[in-house]
Design a protein around this ligand. Structure first.
Ligand code: ATP
Length: 251
Protein backbone atom coordinates (compact mmCIF):
# COMPACT_ATOMS: atom_id res chain seq x y z
CA UNK A 1 0.00 0.00 0.00
CA UNK A 2 1.38 3.42 -0.94
CA UNK A 3 -0.87 5.49 1.32
CA UNK A 4 -2.97 4.58 4.32
CA UNK A 5 -4.99 7.15 6.24
CA UNK A 6 -7.01 6.51 9.40
CA UNK A 7 -9.32 8.64 11.56
CA UNK A 8 -8.06 11.85 9.99
CA UNK A 9 -9.84 14.97 11.23
CA UNK A 10 -9.39 18.72 11.25
CA UNK A 11 -11.67 21.58 12.28
CA UNK A 12 -11.39 25.26 11.51
CA UNK A 13 -13.01 27.52 14.10
CA UNK A 14 -15.35 24.78 15.28
CA UNK A 15 -16.33 23.66 11.76
CA UNK A 16 -15.21 20.16 10.91
CA UNK A 17 -13.63 20.40 7.46
CA UNK A 18 -12.52 16.76 7.33
CA UNK A 19 -13.40 13.61 9.24
CA UNK A 20 -12.09 10.71 7.21
CA UNK A 21 -12.35 7.26 8.79
CA UNK A 22 -10.23 5.43 6.27
CA UNK A 23 -8.59 6.00 2.92
CA UNK A 24 -6.01 3.94 1.12
CA UNK A 25 -4.25 4.03 -2.19
CA UNK A 26 -2.20 1.37 -3.87
CA UNK A 27 1.08 2.09 -5.60
CA UNK A 28 0.46 3.22 -9.19
CA UNK A 29 -3.23 3.68 -8.58
CA UNK A 30 -5.09 6.68 -9.97
CA UNK A 31 -7.87 7.78 -7.64
CA UNK A 32 -10.34 10.53 -8.36
CA UNK A 33 -11.92 12.44 -5.47
CA UNK A 34 -15.19 14.19 -6.17
CA UNK A 35 -17.60 16.04 -3.92
CA UNK A 36 -19.58 19.26 -3.71
CA UNK A 37 -17.99 22.60 -2.76
CA UNK A 38 -16.72 22.67 0.80
CA UNK A 39 -16.62 18.85 1.04
CA UNK A 40 -13.04 18.86 2.34
CA UNK A 41 -11.24 17.71 -0.82
CA UNK A 42 -8.59 20.44 -0.84
CA UNK A 43 -8.24 20.18 2.93
CA UNK A 44 -7.44 16.48 2.52
CA UNK A 45 -4.70 17.25 -0.02
CA UNK A 46 -3.43 20.10 2.16
CA UNK A 47 -3.04 17.63 5.04
CA UNK A 48 -1.38 14.98 2.87
CA UNK A 49 1.30 17.43 1.71
CA UNK A 50 1.81 18.92 5.20
CA UNK A 51 0.38 22.36 4.45
CA UNK A 52 -2.39 21.86 7.02
CA UNK A 53 -1.84 20.03 10.31
CA UNK A 54 -4.65 17.61 11.26
CA UNK A 55 -6.12 17.57 14.77
CA UNK A 56 -6.14 13.77 14.92
CA UNK A 57 -5.42 10.75 12.77
CA UNK A 58 -2.62 8.84 11.12
CA UNK A 59 -1.10 8.98 7.67
CA UNK A 60 1.33 6.31 6.58
CA UNK A 61 3.05 6.92 3.28
CA UNK A 62 5.28 4.27 1.78
CA UNK A 63 5.45 2.55 5.18
CA UNK A 64 6.37 5.69 7.15
CA UNK A 65 4.19 8.02 9.24
CA UNK A 66 4.11 11.61 7.99
CA UNK A 67 2.27 13.36 10.82
CA UNK A 68 4.36 16.06 12.44
CA UNK A 69 6.67 16.38 9.45
CA UNK A 70 7.10 19.66 7.57
CA UNK A 71 5.93 20.26 3.99
CA UNK A 72 9.55 20.06 2.82
CA UNK A 73 10.16 16.76 4.61
CA UNK A 74 6.95 15.30 3.16
CA UNK A 75 7.93 16.46 -0.34
CA UNK A 76 11.31 14.81 0.15
CA UNK A 77 9.56 11.56 1.11
CA UNK A 78 7.93 11.63 -2.32
CA UNK A 79 4.57 13.41 -2.12
CA UNK A 80 4.33 16.05 -4.87
CA UNK A 81 1.46 18.53 -5.02
CA UNK A 82 0.22 20.48 -7.97
CA UNK A 83 -1.95 23.33 -6.78
CA UNK A 84 -4.83 24.83 -8.73
CA UNK A 85 -3.15 28.23 -8.66
CA UNK A 86 -0.35 28.60 -11.26
CA UNK A 87 3.11 28.54 -9.75
CA UNK A 88 5.42 28.65 -12.79
CA UNK A 89 7.88 31.51 -13.27
CA UNK A 90 6.23 33.39 -16.17
CA UNK A 91 9.42 35.27 -17.18
CA UNK A 92 11.47 32.09 -17.55
CA UNK A 93 11.25 29.69 -20.47
CA UNK A 94 9.57 26.30 -20.23
CA UNK A 95 13.04 24.76 -20.26
CA UNK A 96 14.29 26.98 -17.41
CA UNK A 97 11.20 26.25 -15.33
CA UNK A 98 11.81 22.54 -15.79
CA UNK A 99 15.50 22.94 -15.00
CA UNK A 100 14.63 24.64 -11.72
CA UNK A 101 12.30 21.79 -10.87
CA UNK A 102 15.08 19.23 -11.27
CA UNK A 103 17.28 21.24 -8.92
CA UNK A 104 14.81 22.41 -6.31
CA UNK A 105 17.25 22.19 -3.42
CA UNK A 106 19.47 24.95 -4.82
CA UNK A 107 18.60 28.63 -5.12
CA UNK A 108 17.33 29.96 -8.45
CA UNK A 109 20.63 31.55 -9.51
CA UNK A 110 22.72 28.46 -8.77
CA UNK A 111 20.15 26.23 -10.43
CA UNK A 112 20.14 28.22 -13.65
CA UNK A 113 23.82 29.08 -13.99
CA UNK A 114 25.83 26.30 -12.40
CA UNK A 115 27.10 23.34 -14.40
CA UNK A 116 24.35 20.92 -15.29
CA UNK A 117 24.78 17.29 -14.16
CA UNK A 118 24.81 14.70 -16.94
CA UNK A 119 21.42 13.53 -18.05
CA UNK A 120 19.42 16.55 -16.90
CA UNK A 121 18.91 17.95 -20.39
CA UNK A 122 17.75 14.56 -21.64
CA UNK A 123 15.40 14.26 -18.66
CA UNK A 124 13.87 17.66 -19.43
CA UNK A 125 13.51 16.89 -23.13
CA UNK A 126 11.85 13.55 -22.35
CA UNK A 127 9.47 15.26 -19.93
CA UNK A 128 8.63 17.98 -22.49
CA UNK A 129 7.81 15.23 -24.97
CA UNK A 130 5.65 13.45 -22.42
CA UNK A 131 3.57 16.54 -21.66
CA UNK A 132 3.43 17.76 -25.26
CA UNK A 133 5.64 20.83 -24.78
CA UNK A 134 8.59 19.97 -27.04
CA UNK A 135 7.91 22.75 -29.53
CA UNK A 136 7.33 25.24 -26.69
CA UNK A 137 10.51 24.42 -24.72
CA UNK A 138 12.12 27.79 -25.38
CA UNK A 139 8.97 29.86 -25.12
CA UNK A 140 8.40 32.05 -22.07
CA UNK A 141 6.14 30.22 -19.63
CA UNK A 142 3.98 33.34 -19.36
CA UNK A 143 3.19 33.13 -23.08
CA UNK A 144 1.80 29.58 -22.95
CA UNK A 145 -1.88 28.78 -23.34
CA UNK A 146 -3.81 27.89 -20.18
CA UNK A 147 -3.63 24.18 -21.01
CA UNK A 148 0.10 24.30 -21.72
CA UNK A 149 0.73 26.08 -18.40
CA UNK A 150 -1.10 23.30 -16.59
CA UNK A 151 1.01 20.68 -18.37
CA UNK A 152 4.15 22.56 -17.40
CA UNK A 153 2.95 22.59 -13.79
CA UNK A 154 2.41 18.84 -13.91
CA UNK A 155 5.85 18.36 -15.50
CA UNK A 156 7.45 20.43 -12.72
CA UNK A 157 5.95 18.19 -10.04
CA UNK A 158 6.82 14.97 -11.91
CA UNK A 159 10.44 16.10 -12.46
CA UNK A 160 10.88 15.98 -8.69
CA UNK A 161 10.31 12.20 -8.90
CA UNK A 162 7.41 11.85 -6.46
CA UNK A 163 5.93 8.44 -5.66
CA UNK A 164 2.55 10.12 -5.15
CA UNK A 165 1.16 13.01 -7.18
CA UNK A 166 -1.64 15.18 -5.77
CA UNK A 167 -3.41 17.13 -8.47
CA UNK A 168 -6.16 19.65 -7.82
CA UNK A 169 -8.66 20.24 -10.66
CA UNK A 170 -6.28 19.81 -13.61
CA UNK A 171 -8.98 20.25 -16.26
CA UNK A 172 -10.47 23.48 -14.87
CA UNK A 173 -10.70 26.12 -17.60
CA UNK A 174 -9.45 23.78 -20.34
CA UNK A 175 -10.99 23.17 -23.73
CA UNK A 176 -12.43 19.69 -24.32
CA UNK A 177 -9.38 18.71 -26.37
CA UNK A 178 -6.95 20.00 -23.73
CA UNK A 179 -8.87 18.19 -20.99
CA UNK A 180 -8.74 14.96 -22.98
CA UNK A 181 -4.98 15.29 -23.45
CA UNK A 182 -4.60 15.98 -19.74
CA UNK A 183 -6.60 12.85 -18.97
CA UNK A 184 -4.34 10.79 -21.23
CA UNK A 185 -1.30 12.27 -19.49
CA UNK A 186 -2.60 11.41 -16.01
CA UNK A 187 -3.42 7.85 -17.07
CA UNK A 188 0.09 7.52 -18.44
CA UNK A 189 1.63 8.98 -15.26
CA UNK A 190 -0.29 6.49 -13.13
CA UNK A 191 1.79 3.71 -14.68
CA UNK A 192 4.72 5.03 -12.65
CA UNK A 193 3.25 7.04 -9.78
CA UNK A 194 0.32 6.91 -7.40
CA UNK A 195 -2.00 9.75 -8.43
CA UNK A 196 -4.85 11.45 -6.55
CA UNK A 197 -6.92 13.88 -8.59
CA UNK A 198 -9.63 16.21 -7.34
CA UNK A 199 -12.05 16.97 -10.14
CA UNK A 200 -15.49 18.48 -10.71
CA UNK A 201 -15.86 17.87 -14.44
CA UNK A 202 -17.69 14.57 -14.80
CA UNK A 203 -16.64 13.97 -18.42
CA UNK A 204 -13.07 14.21 -17.26
CA UNK A 205 -13.74 11.95 -14.27
CA UNK A 206 -15.29 9.36 -16.57
CA UNK A 207 -12.18 9.42 -18.77
CA UNK A 208 -9.62 8.96 -15.98
CA UNK A 209 -11.47 6.93 -13.33
CA UNK A 210 -10.35 3.51 -14.47
CA UNK A 211 -10.44 2.18 -10.91
CA UNK A 212 -12.10 3.87 -7.95
CA UNK A 213 -13.78 7.21 -7.32
CA UNK A 214 -14.02 8.49 -3.73
CA UNK A 215 -16.91 10.79 -2.90
CA UNK A 216 -16.43 13.29 -0.08
CA UNK A 217 -19.38 15.14 1.41
CA UNK A 218 -19.23 17.39 4.48
CA UNK A 219 -15.73 16.16 5.26
CA UNK A 220 -16.76 12.50 5.27
CA UNK A 221 -16.35 9.69 2.79
CA UNK A 222 -19.84 9.10 1.39
CA UNK A 223 -18.87 6.20 -0.83
CA UNK A 224 -16.09 4.72 -2.91
CA UNK A 225 -16.51 2.67 -6.06
CA UNK A 226 -16.10 2.42 -9.82
CA UNK A 227 -17.35 5.47 -11.75
CA UNK A 228 -20.46 3.69 -13.08
CA UNK A 229 -21.51 2.74 -9.56
CA UNK A 230 -20.81 6.20 -8.14
CA UNK A 231 -22.66 8.09 -10.85
CA UNK A 232 -25.80 5.97 -10.35
CA UNK A 233 -25.78 6.15 -6.56
CA UNK A 234 -28.81 8.08 -5.33
CA UNK A 235 -26.90 9.66 -2.42
CA UNK A 236 -24.27 10.98 -4.84
CA UNK A 237 -26.94 12.28 -7.21
CA UNK A 238 -28.67 14.02 -4.29
CA UNK A 239 -25.43 15.80 -3.35
CA UNK A 240 -24.93 17.01 -6.87
CA UNK A 241 -28.15 18.89 -7.51
CA UNK A 242 -27.73 21.45 -10.27
CA UNK A 243 -24.89 21.68 -12.75
CA UNK A 244 -23.03 18.47 -11.96
CA UNK A 245 -26.26 16.51 -11.68
CA UNK A 246 -27.17 17.57 -15.20
CA UNK A 247 -23.73 16.44 -16.36
CA UNK A 248 -24.18 13.05 -14.67
CA UNK A 249 -27.49 12.43 -16.43
CA UNK A 250 -25.87 12.94 -19.82
CA UNK A 251 -23.21 10.31 -19.24
N1 ATP B 1 -7.85 27.56 6.22
C1 ATP B 1 -9.16 27.45 6.48
N2 ATP B 1 -9.72 28.18 7.47
C2 ATP B 1 -11.03 28.07 7.74
N3 ATP B 1 -11.87 27.24 7.11
C3 ATP B 1 -11.37 26.50 6.12
C4 ATP B 1 -9.99 26.56 5.73
N4 ATP B 1 -9.80 25.70 4.71
C5 ATP B 1 -10.98 25.13 4.45
N5 ATP B 1 -11.93 25.60 5.30
C6 ATP B 1 -13.34 25.17 5.34
O1 ATP B 1 -13.32 23.75 5.36
C7 ATP B 1 -14.37 23.21 4.57
C8 ATP B 1 -13.79 22.31 3.49
O2 ATP B 1 -13.14 23.13 2.49
P1 ATP B 1 -12.31 22.57 1.27
O3 ATP B 1 -11.72 23.75 0.58
O4 ATP B 1 -11.40 21.51 1.72
O5 ATP B 1 -13.46 21.93 0.38
P2 ATP B 1 -13.40 21.45 -1.13
O6 ATP B 1 -14.12 20.16 -1.15
O7 ATP B 1 -12.00 21.46 -1.62
O8 ATP B 1 -14.25 22.57 -1.88
P3 ATP B 1 -14.13 23.19 -3.37
O9 ATP B 1 -14.65 22.15 -4.30
O10 ATP B 1 -15.03 24.38 -3.29
O11 ATP B 1 -12.69 23.54 -3.59
C9 ATP B 1 -15.15 24.39 4.03
O12 ATP B 1 -16.24 24.62 4.92
C10 ATP B 1 -14.15 25.53 4.11
O13 ATP B 1 -14.80 26.77 4.24
Amino acid sequence: MLLEVNELAVSFGGVQALNLQHFQLEDRELRVIIGPNGAGKSTFMDILCGKTKPDTGSIVFNGKPTRGLTEVQIAEMGIGRKFQKPSVFPGLSVYENMLLATRMKKDVFTSLFSRMPAGVQEKIEAMAERVGLTSALHKQAGALSHGQKQWLEIAIVVLQDPRLLLIDEPAAGMSDREAEKTGELLLELSKQHGVIVIEHDMHFVKQIATKLVSVLVNGKLLMEGPFEEVKNDQRVIDCYLGRVNAQLEKL
